[in-house]
Design a protein around this ligand. Structure first.
Ligand SMILES: [Zn+2]
Length: 334
């Protein structure tokens, strides 16, 4: 088995802080959300072309991300978010060689495991929604299974969150060098990149010597440029996004403090009738009914039919509905 972990093991970098560790983990979810959002917008604008991609976004992203992180781990010694925060991975000091299997295990825990967890969460939410809506039409065994899942998933989730939190606390207090249970499982820790890691030739340390032939060197070189390009795109992208966000807030801040346009003064409506005359039939009102959208009073049959046909007040023209008819009671009626 090719081994190319010389540089991994001979780290002279310092341990990262809890903030760097949490920062790089947040970057993982931020990137996924950002890409999901892009595909959502694409799917909304062009459902035929991107609808399917949006539907299977999680699966597609997991596959692409696995390949990308695999290459990244081999070239840079860390996952993309880790090196973005100036960190790299050190494997178990008792077995410092980074085999292909080791890299695949890392990718599994960093990309595939979170995908499985998100699908479990999604399944839980789906079952819970069906259960709460009463559209829970599973039969016997499947139903029992679904109910068990509904009962135990929150417990599992709570316990998992607690384990993750206790690792964070222990790591912050320097009681352990593993910042997460998954890193503990693979006996790997994070350390700061050294000046050598940042140099252009660093990747050669990670590739076994027998693979450093001309063609393969060119291939790895291309991938190195590609990985560098992605890093640069995301760094610049993050900056531009921040800038747009600031600009947008600034713009909307200006408009929100500007005075609102002054509405025209209300018209003076006149029905040119006596106080108890219906504006529609011009007769003495019967069965007084007010229209709450304008405040005018009519006979009940007159206004009922008018609003039903025209959906507006006959005097003011305000948009009105039959719900806005209010029966008026006079004191002498009691
Ligand atoms: Zn009338």
């Amino acid at each position: 088995m090719a081994e190319y972990g010389i540089h991994h093991a001979t780290s002279s970098g310092s341990n990262p802080s809890i903030f760097e560790v949490i920062g790089q983990e947040n970057l993982v979810s931020a990137l996924r959300s950002a890409f999901r959002h892009v595909f959502k917008i694409l799917a909304e604008n062009n459902p035929e072309k991107f609808g399917l991609l949006h539907k299977y976004f999680d699966e597609g992203y997991t596959v692409v991300d696995s390949v990308f992180q695999f290459i990244h781990l081999r070239l840079k010694g860390g996952l993309f978010p880790e090196t973005f925060y100036g960190l790299k991975r050190i494997p178990d000091p008792r077995n410092p060689n980074v085999s292909k299997q080791k890299v695949m295990t890392w990718v599994f825990f960093a990309v595939v495991f979170p995908y499985v967890q998100s699908q479990m969460e999604r399944l839980y939410k789906d079952i819970r929604e069906e259960h709460s809506q009463g559209s829970f039409n599973y039969k016997d065994f499947k139903r029992r299974l679904a109910l068990l899942y509904l009962k135990f998933y929150p417990l599992y989730n709570f316990m998992w969150e607690m384990v993750v939190l206790s690792y964070y606390v222990a790591f912050a207090l320097k009681k352990t060098s593993f910042h997460s249970p998954l890193m503990h499982l693979t006996s790997s820790t994070l350390t700061h990149l050294t000046a050598f890691d940042l140099s252009d030739d660093a990747w050669k340390e990670y590739i076994p010597e027998n693979q450093q032939k001309k063609l393969i060197t060119t291939l790895w070189n291309c991938m190195n440029i590609f990985v560098g390009g992605v890093t640069l795109t995301i760094s610049v992208g993050a900056f531009i996004t921040q800038f747009i966000h600031w600009w947008y807030n600034r713009q909307s801040g200006v408009t929100s403090f500007a005075p609102l346009p002054i509405p025209p003064p209300p018209q003076k409506w006149s029905t040119d009738n006596g106080i108890d005359v219906c504006p529609l039939c011009k007769k003495k009102r019967t069965n007084d009914t007010a229209l709450s959208s304008s405040g005018f009073v009519f006979c009940y049959p007159c206004i009922f039919h008018f609003v039903q046909d025209n959906q507006k007040c006959p005097v003011t023209g305000y948009k009105s509905s039959l719900n806005q008819l209010v029966k008026l009671y006079h004191s002498d009626e009691f």
